[in-house]
Design a protein around this ligand. Structure first.
Ligand SMILES: [Zn+2]
Length: 455
């Protein structure tokens, strides 16, 4: 029997970007959107077009260049916002306008200063207007989980009648418990006329650490879209983590028999790319993508792992794209292996950019004892941001990225394979406009093990 399909709605570029320290420029958003496309998400919420010119431009550029997923733009429930969102989405192959309006009494009274009747009318009008522009309309009653349930049902029914095709139920303040959130979904399905014709969506915040559990409870009670972010970034304690939701469904189909189109082997590279762009590291013990997520330190665990990985491993590192621990790069590994490693960290480069990264990598390998993924990400960041520094990234600023996973240097022989066809490091040219860089080359063979790195 076919499992129900869950629409994965990624809001890393909108809700995620609202987290302190996570703002991104247009180029960075575009790069991340292309990665989300590779990852296979169904919907990318690209921004909040009326919020700033930068947000508008990001939505416009993403809409023009990322063609497979639905591209959503957020709008408050008013004509100006909806028009601006629609303007930004003009070039999209599959545009969606996402309209929101708070519905809880506390928001109505203190934030919006309107009555429930005015709220109902405003939601209906905004959706009707959006529908006159765009077929695909999502509506979110903000703070839904603290909204009077009868009133919530009334609003949801009104927006469906006005043309909404997805109804999202935000636990805006991360207050709900899983059973409670699931029950709310069930109530909506039982009481709201027309709800069977639309997609119900979850949007959970992690203030009590329950965002993923709440989202899954929603899915079990009929939600068919989940809103989530890479690394769970988002307002305050963040949103539900995309990688955790996807892997729960993959590892425990007996309890969560649902399908997503996410290519889980791109989860790790997506996580690393986000950390590199925002310069906000992933917490080491973060499920799925933290550097310790697949590390085994306790002796008895290591012993079990060596005898049979299933003793302590419920999923393989490879299934989420954590680079193969047997791939070890040394300074003699050459461009091909370096390019592969960059790809595993979420970056694909043109030949010229790769030359520059390779040049800096070799310089760095000459200078420090051990080159980690974090150092490589620094180099990538420097090259991507056009940092003119001739030095290596690892030394150019204090911030560090988390290494990918536990380092497992292997014997020298393991690193030798990839280098035979690549240019000798001493012959590598600099980037465009620069004279070929002459790299001091001394014999490092006796120290080569020190340069081996990997995960
Ligand atoms: Zn949110």
């Amino acid at each position: 029997m076919d499992r129900p399909r869950i629409t994965v709605f990624d809001t890393t570029l909108r809700d995620g970007e609202q987290s302190p320290g996570c703002s991104m420029n247009v180029e960075e958003k575009l790069r991340l959107a292309q990665q989300l496309d590779r990852l296979g998400v169904d919907v990318i919420e690209a921004g909040f077009p009326i919020a700033s010119d930068g947000d508008f431009e990001a939505v416009q550029r993403i809409a023009a260049s990322v063609r497979r997923p639905v591209i959503a733009g957020l709008a408050r429930a008013c004509t100006g916002d909806v028009n601006r969102a629609w303007q930004a989405l003009q070039g999209a192959a599959r545009p969606r306008i996402h309209v929101f309006l708070a519905t809880s009494d506390i928001h109505l009274k203190y934030k919006l200063r309107i009555t429930r009747e005015q709220c109902l009318e405003q939601a209906r009008e905004a959706v009707r207007h959006a529908k006159s522009l765009c077929v695909d309309i999502e509506f979110s009653p903000e703070d839904a989980t603290r909204t009077d349930v009868a009133f919530l049902c009334q609003v949801v029914e009104a927006v469906i009648a006005a043309g909404a095709t997805t109804v999202n139920i935000p636990d805006t303040v991360g207050y709900s418990m899983p059973e409670e959130y699931g029950n709310l979904m069930r109530t909506l399905r039982e009481k709201v006329a027309g709800i069977d014709k639309v997609t119900i969506s979850t949007h959970c915040h992690n203030d009590l650490g329950l965002a993923v559990a709440n989202s899954l409870a929603g899915v079990q009670q009929g939600a068919r879209q989940v809103e989530c972010t890479i690394n769970g970034i988002g307002e305050r304690a963040g949103n539900a983590s995309l990688e955790e939701i996807v892997m729960v469904m993959r590892v425990r189909p007996d309890r969560y028999p649902y399908e997503t189109t996410v290519a889980s082997e791109h989860l790790y590279s997506s996580s690393q790319m986000l950390a590199e762009i925002t310069r906000v590291p992933v917490q080491p013990n973060k499920a799925i993508t933290g550097r310790n997520a697949f590390a085994h330190e306790a002796g008895i665990h290591q012993d079990g792992m060596l005898k049979n990985p299933l003793t302590y491993e419920i999923m393989t590192p490879q299934s989420v794209g954590v680079p193969d621990s047997r791939l070890v790069l040394g300074k003699h590994s050459g461009r091909h292996a370096l390019a592969l490693r960059c790809e595993q960290l979420g970056h694909q480069f043109e030949r010229r950019e790769l030359d520059e990264i390779y040049r800096r990598f070799v310089v760095l390998a000459d200078r420090i004892k051990k080159v980690q993924d974090s150092h490589l990400l620094e180099l990538i960041h420097d090259v991507a941001s056009g940092n003119a520094s001739k030095g290596d990234g690892a030394a150019s600023h204090g911030k560090k990225f988390p290494p990918a996973a536990a380092s497992l240097p292997l014997p020298r022989a393991a690193a030798a394979g990839a280098n035979s066809n690549d240019a000798h490091p001493a012959q590598v040219s600099g980037s465009a406009g620069q004279a070929p860089v002459s790299i001091p080359f001394t014999d490092h063979h006796s120290e080569q093990e020190d340069y081996l790195w990997g995960v």
